[in-house]
Design a protein. Structure first.
Length: 98
């Protein structure tokens, strides 16, 4: 099962090796039928303390690292490698089905 990947701005970098990322979402209210905006804050692991307030980052699920941290910051290189692995696996699966 693939891990969820979310994207949002860093709103706090005060913790050591931790950033807080705000994830915004919009959905249609079931009764009022209008678009409602909600946001949630996620604590994410930042190993090198390289991200600062205002940076746009992508985070993905991971095993718990502390009481609040269940997410880790993903670099662009890691995302590209994961996408390449996924495409390779799909290609192998398609070849096996033929």
């Amino acid at each position: 099962m693939p891990k969820r990947v979310l994207q949002g701005p860093v709103v706090s970098d005060k913790g050591d090796k931790t950033v807080v990322v705000r994830i915004d979402r919009a959905f249609k209210h079931p009764l009022l039928a209008k678009v409602v905006r909600r946001s949630k804050r996620y604590h994410a692991h930042d190993e090198n303390n390289q991200y600062k307030v205002g940076d746009m980052v992508q985070i993905r699920e991971c095993p718990p690292k502390s009481k609040l941290k269940r997410w880790e910051v993903v670099t662009a290189e890691e995302l590209a490698a994961a996408a390449a692995d996924r495409q390779q696996a799909e290609a192998d699966k398609a070849d096996a089905n033929e």
